[in-house]
Design a protein around this ligand. Structure first.
Ligand code: GYE
Length: 318
């Protein structure tokens, strides 16, 4: 009797010790459902890596889903996170519109939602807590400013534009910012503009089509580096020199862009920082602890012209 009582007590004590060690981790471990856009670009792969690494470092249980650039897949992922009763949902909305229904479902389930990277359009801002990401309009302006300040050849400047994913915040806002700046000089005109869906293969395909119909292309403005890199291949295949015969301006400043700049084939890349993971995990914890958040949190970024590429390259993390 005594023996068994003692063993019962020690079992309870052991349970406390084990529980005592394990409990804070159990009780505090948050589950975050993250619905990613896809794996369309170098930027996106770096962004995914940052989120996965940061979740691990923060001790957050991450449920990760890749939507392959399709809104319906992201909506499905969000619904499944709601069904699994995750603590917080975060997602990078592939396009700006069409989110209200699913976000209302999250709200009814009392699951806070954080937007990362891309913004949405909604009449009800209570459907998400905050949005962390870059100022895409400003990135477009920086691209335009670089061009106005650095394009020296006389005469009309015919610009072809490779747009990002149709209806996505970065495509809409980068275009807007760029146009806003170049309209200050009537020499600069966008002669053709089409989507390359943020991928190398589409960037190449669309640039090929541009060059077939248009012999007078002075500048390419690509909404991301991957499309610019695809376009570089198309320009070379057409017997021209990218970076010289056609000046190329793009956005992201990923490693691939630095390599292209060091090879003299890309003239400038405006930085867009994909490393949102650590900041996101901090916010997830704060939101769960009930701390109020600003509605918009911007990331800081620079501009890297070709001449600075070799010096900057060793410092690049993505
Ligand atoms: O510029 C592009 C990616 O939303 C900022 O998406 C992101 C963009 C990025 O596919 O490369």
């Amino acid at each position: 009797m005594l023996k068994s009582r003692r063993s019962l007590l020690s079992a309870i004590a052991a349970g406390f010790i084990v529980g005592g060690l394990a409990l804070p981790a159990f009780a505090a471990q948050l589950t975050l459902g993250f619905a990613q856009v896809g794996a369309e670009s170098e930027w996106r792969t770096a962004n995914t890596q940052s989120i996965k690494d940061a979740a691990k470092a923060a001790g957050i249980n991450l449920k990760f889903s890749d939507a392959q650039q399709k809104q319906e897949n992201q909506i499905k992922a969000i619904r499944s996170f709601i069904a699994q009763k995750v603590d917080v949902i975060a997602f990078a909305p592939v396009v700006t519109t069409g989110w209200d229904t699913v976000l209302k479902e999250a709200k009814s389930a009392k699951i806070p939602v954080i937007l990362t990277d891309r913004s949405i359009e909604t009449k009800d801002p209570s459907l998400y807590v905050t949005m962390i990401g870059s100022d895409f309009t400003e990135e477009g302006r920086k691209a335009g400013k670089w061009l106005l300040e650095n394009y020296k050849n006389p005469g009309d400047v015919n610009i072809v534009e490779l747009q990002g994913t149709v209806g996505s915040a970065p495509a809409i806002e980068r275009k807007k910012g760029f146009e806003e700046v170049i309209k200050a000089d009537p020499r600069f005109k966008i002669t053709r503009s089409q989507t390359g869906d943020f991928t190398r293969s589409k960037g190449k395909e669309v640039m090929e089509a541009f060059l077939k119909t248009d012999k007078k292309v002075n500048v390419l403005f690509a909404h991301n580096d991957d499309m610019a890199i695809g376009a570089i291949q198309a320009i070379e295949a057409a017997g021209m020199k990218p970076g010289k015969d056609i000046i190329i301006v793009s956005i992201d400043a990923v490693k691939g862009a630095f390599e292209a700049m060091m090879a003299g084939k890309l003239n400038v890349s405006v930085e867009c920082n994909p490393q949102l993971g650590p900041q996101l995990m901090d916010i997830v914890k704060e939101v769960k602890a009930g701390k109020a958040q600003p509605k918009r949190i911007n990331t800081k970024e620079g501009v890297f012209p070709m001449e600075t590429a070799a010096k900057e390259f060793p410092n690049r993390k993505y």
